[in-house]
Design a protein around this ligand. Structure first.
Ligand code: 1HN
Length: 375
């Protein structure tokens, strides 16, 4: 035993095997464990394998939520459940089947579909949890973030960083649904959550084409001199589809012309960033958009942390560990920590929105990635 090298143990667990005991010793041992239990103590030697696996063994499982079904249920909730003070939002959360009940898509992340009918108003409130919205289809809702009315349109990515008052209203003739992402599970499990009601009426009922935040901050590469220094969260309230689409188109056009630009062959990608730091939009959430040409595939990778994909356009297969999910418009798939994943585009290519909790792990030096193909 004493001469066994670490290499011989690599990747293997050794079950704790107690030495052979006499019946008397067995009784004494049991008494010791009982006493520990009464005093709220637990020995390490019976549980170390579960506590410290060789590599992450997430309880969360990979799962697909079908957009057509989500949308139908959101519509039904629109008919049956009013939105207003108390319930606050007609948001339907996605509960990862491996996490045993709570509305967590991942141990750190919340994802929900929110539905607002014509003329409806979601009252203002604020919380320390960071939030974003991604608009899969439709328009006609304005979200008011700290008194700034921000339009929500197809393909837009919108921010509500922690502790900003926010409410929404739909001024169109059509209902609208979108994806909400928040770091609620992280805040809940770490006991960092604060919440406060704001006004029931929105503090700005105007419907401008561009929010004030965009007029100040969303001109490419240009920052206003009136606001120097770094800000913890991006000051851009809306990353419009027009910019995202143009950036992706240009990457692929440059690839066609033989210049660098694509992430990998046939794969264009952008990250939404905080213009005051160049880093992620919020301290706990990363957001990206990926465009794959027909048949293109991403490089398989293992990563610490959790990802969630939503298909915007086209179709794809998302492979997570041993499972493969066929996805199309609106479908949502999560990737648990350290599960190998890759995406392959279907016949018409694929546009995918993606968010993750990776900034958390980068901030505390726990980020790791591994590409088995060594690319
Ligand atoms: C929230 O405030 C929103 O502001 C969406 O639209 C989803 C889920 C749980 C708690 C607060 C929103 C939410 C939420």
């Amino acid at each position: 035993m004493g001469n066994t090298t670490a290499d011989e143990y690599a990747g293997k667990h050794v079950e704790y095997a107690p030495p052979p005991l006499t019946p008397e010793e067995e009784k004494e041992l049991q008494q010791m464990y009982d006493q520990m239990d009464k005093l709220h103590m637990k020995p390490l030697w019976t549980q170390i394998g579960g506590l410290m696996p060789n590599a992450p063994e997430p309880r969360a499982v990979a799962h697909k939520w079908d957009w057509a079904r989500l949308y139908k249920l959101a519509q039904r909730a629109g008919e049956l459940v009013p939105v207003g003070r108390g319930g606050e939002r007609r948001a339907i959360g996605l509960a990862n089947p491996g996490l045993g009940g709570p509305t967590y898509i991942a141990p750190t992340l919340w994802a929900a579909i929110q539905y607002l009918a014509p003329g409806e108003n979601a009252p203002e409130h604020r919380h320390s949890q960071n939030a974003f919205r991604f608009v899969i289809e439709g328009e006609g809702v304005w979200t008011v973030v700290n008194g700034d009315a921000v339009p929500m349109r197809r393909g837009d990515f919108l921010l509500t960083p922690g502790w900003n008052f926010h409410g929404h209203h739909n001024i169109a003739d059509e209902p609208m649904a979108w994806l909400d992402g928040l770091d609620i599970p992280f805040a809940y499990q770490m006991d960092t959550g604060f919440f406060e009601y704001g006004t029931e009426q929105l503090t700005d009922e105007s419907t401008p084409d561009f929010s004030r935040s965009e007029r100040l901050w969303a001109h490419p590469g240009l920052r206003p001199l009136a606001f120097p220094g770094k800000q913890n969260s991006s000051p851009i309230g809306r990353y419009s589809w027009e910019h995202t689409d143009a950036a992706l188109k240009d990457q692929l056009a440059l690839e066609d012309a033989g210049f660098p630009g694509a992430v990998a062959p046939g794969h264009a990608g952008i990250r939404f960033t905080n213009p005051t730091t160049g880093g992620d939009v919020m301290s706990t959430i990363r957001a990206e958009f990926h465009r794959l040409r027909p048949g293109a595939e991403t490089t398989p990778v293992h990563e610490v942390g959790n990802r969630v994909f939503q298909v915007f356009e086209g179709s794809a297969t998302i492979t997570v560990g041993e499972e493969t999910f066929d996805v199309r418009h609106g479908d949502i798939v999560n990737v648990p920590s350290w599960k190998k994943w890759s995406v392959g585009a279907g016949r018409d290519g694929a546009d995918l929105f993606c968010f993750s909790d990776h900034p958390i792990f980068e901030a505390v030096n726990l980020a790791r990635t591994y590409t088995p193909e060594g690319i």
